[in-house]
Design a protein. Structure first.
Length: 260
């Protein structure tokens, strides 16, 4: 009896904590960990205008891709690369013409504030270097490319400490468990930090972040509205101030993507 009352109380508390949504619209969005802080900043206006609640699940793009390929119930996938959305499109797991570029990620190196010559610091650093797993996380892949461009990938192998995604890389550095590591510039901007080096973009391939609407979406029209909202001029201006690159004009119509 006591257990039943506890369950009923828990259900009641959850119910009153949920936002009231007259249109019963809930969008389930799978988002790369590095983009979550930016998404949370721009979502409130969308939710107000569309009377729609957005539920966020974040992780590495590779892990989220696997979940969607196994039919996880997401309405929109915001990847930190273009490879996973292209794979899903090739496999027939996304709605036609839904793949679009929504942001350009920038790679940053978290470093101790007292340092000035960051490239030299990276070359001579004796301790561990944090990065997201290059196999599943786009910012990890970009970090590997940057180290390769600098001729340091092989030299630094024994110092590399890999995390599942860029979010975990940031948390590891923020906790003081490491002092040097690769993160998304947007993460540093969101936290108001200035102890980072924005890596020259010629050191790594462009981090073109794309989105898709999975075929299992229960709200494909609303997902399309959110996709268009993220690519709007107003949101793109916000994203630029949040540590993202300027979206070139050619990305207004990517492979099969809709023109706004």
């Amino acid at each position: 009896m006591v257990r039943r009352l506890n369950l009923l109380l828990s259900a009641f508390l959850v119910a009153i904590a949920l936002p009231i949504n007259a249109d019963n619209c809930t969008l389930r969005v799978a988002v790369a960990a590095s983009f979550r802080p930016a998404l949370e900043q721009v979502l409130p206006e969308f939710e107000r205008h569309h009377a729609c609640v957005v539920q966020i699940s974040s992780g590495s793009s590779g892990v989220l891709y696997q979940q969607i390929a196994h039919r996880a119930p997401f309405d929109l996938f915001l990847s930190a690369d273009r490879e996973r959305p292209k794979l899903l499109e090739k496999q027939g797991w996304v709605l036609g013409n839904s793949r679009q570029t929504y942001a350009l990620g920038l790679l940053a190196l978290w470093h101790p504030k007292s340092e000035s010559n960051i490239e030299q610091l990276l070359q001579s650093w004796p301790d561990k270097i944090v990065l997201a797993d290059p196999k599943v996380a786009p910012f990890g892949s970009a970090a590997r490319q940057a180290l390769q461009s600098l001729g340091l990938w092989e030299k630094k192998q024994t110092q590399l400490a890999c995390t599942h995604n860029a979010g975990q890389a940031y948390l590891m550095l923020d906790s003081g468990n490491a002092q040097l590591g690769f993160v998304a510039a947007s993460q540093m901007q969101a936290a108001g930090r200035d102890n980072f080096w924005l890596l020259p973009q010629h050191l790594y391939n462009p981090i073109e972040q794309q989105l898709v609407i999975p075929t299992q979406s229960l709200q494909p029209e609303e997902a399309g509205f959110l996709a268009d909202y993220l690519r709007s001029a107003k949101v793109q201006a916000q994203l630029h101030h949040l540590g993202y690159g300027v979206l070139p004009a050619q990305y207004s119509e990517t492979d099969g993507g809709r023109r706004l």
